[in-house]
Ligand binder design. Structure first.
Ligand SMILES: O=C(O)CCC(=O)C(=O)O
Ligand SMILES: [Fe+2]
Length: 312
């Protein structure tokens, strides 16, 4: 079984919420919404330098590892929230900082990962251009132990090294927005000189589509719950399962342990034991890839921007 690539659906910006909801949101199918940016863009002066001055340096945005995040107000100077986004968010669990801002120079690569907190993602390309590659949670990549990351190719931009995966390559042009359902792997490369993206992210309250990756997440959440019930400590768990994010589990999906309990329902201790063993087997892949991962992570997008802000 070789890897299979598929085409993503493209829909116009005036797709109504009901059609979006029944065709894409509810069944968790990714979709590219073309040209929605021009109708909602508020500022004509979109430069990374300008945004840094108005949003980052005023303290509205908080720096995360490779992006900025903040509450809805963070994006208000830049864009109106599209109606389909606002209506999806209204019915979902949101964390306080559920908006993100990506400011990237040419060539920036975000290595393949899926987002934590079972988040779905709306990503609008406000300026620039990015190449995306996404992988279905039904045919997941082999993640590194307990993590949400895995390399897609064995070399630079090559073919998938794993057999039997369903993946899709597409380009997000300026003004386009992608709806990415929960647990889809994505690797993203910036190809324009100056790239500005905004995200709205949230977690649906229920009705997740069954997939191999959902099963893995639920087993890992049960693992967290068992460890937590056993000794009440979360520091190490947040380090392992939340990539070191403080209070990752306590604030999971903006709800915390109640949500985790709900997701872990039906998962037995023996499933957790098998899961932990499987994760440890993947340690071999992680060690083999260590050099490549280091190479990908070496690029520090925010640092390089600090030096080039004036130009972009
Ligand atoms: O724009 C990027 O480089 C990464 C975007 C991403 O990971 C996301 O929107 O979740
Ligand atoms: Fe992401």
């Amino acid at each position: 079984m070789t890897a299979k690539s598929f085409e993503i659906d493209r829909v116009p910006a005036d797709i109504g919420f009901d059609v979006f909801y029944s065709r894409y949101f509810e069944p968790e199918r990714p979709v590219l919404i073309e040209g929605i940016g021009s109708a909602i863009q508020r500022s004509n002066d979109l430069s990374i330098g300008n945004i840094r001055e108005k949003i980052v340096e005023t303290g509205v945005a908080t720096e995360n590892t490779v992006w900025f995040e903040g509450p809805a107000e963070m994006l208000e100077q830049l864009v109106d929230t599209p109606e389909i986004v606002a209506r999806a968010l209204a019915d979902s669990y949101r964390r306080d900082n559920h908006c993100r801002l990506w400011l990237n120079g040419a060539g920036n690569l975000t290595p393949s990962h899926y987002d934590g907190n079972l988040l779905y993602v709306f990503n609008l390309q406000l300026k620039g251009r990015k190449e995306w590659r996404i992988v279905s949670p039904d045919t997941p990549l082999r993640n590194y132990p307990f993590s949400r990351g895995a390399l897609f190719t064995s070399g630079e931009g090559g073919k998938p090294r794993q057999k039997g995966i369903d993946y899709c390559d597409f380009v997000l042009e300026e003004g386009d927005m992608i709806y990415l359902p929960p647990l889809w792997h994505h690797a993203v490369k910036a190809t324009a000189e100056s790239n500005i993206n905004v995200n709205w992210v949230a977690t649906r309250k229920n009705g997740f589509m069954e997939s191999k990756t959902l099963r893995r997440e639920r087993e890992l959440l049960k693992f967290a719950l068992l460890c937590y019930n056993f000794n009440g400590r979360t520091k190490l768990l947040n380090l392992i399962l939340g990539a070191g994010i403080e209070n990752y589990l306590e604030n999971f999906a903006g709800v915390g342990w109640d949500f985790i309990r709900e997701q872990a329902r039906g998962i037995k201790v023996r499933h957790v034991a098998t899961r932990v063993l499987k994760e440890l087997v993947f340690l071999g892949f992680a060690l083999k890839d260590l050099k490549k991962i280091k190479g990908q992570l070496k690029a520090k997008p925010l640092d390089s921007l600090r030096e080039t802000t004036a130009a972009v």
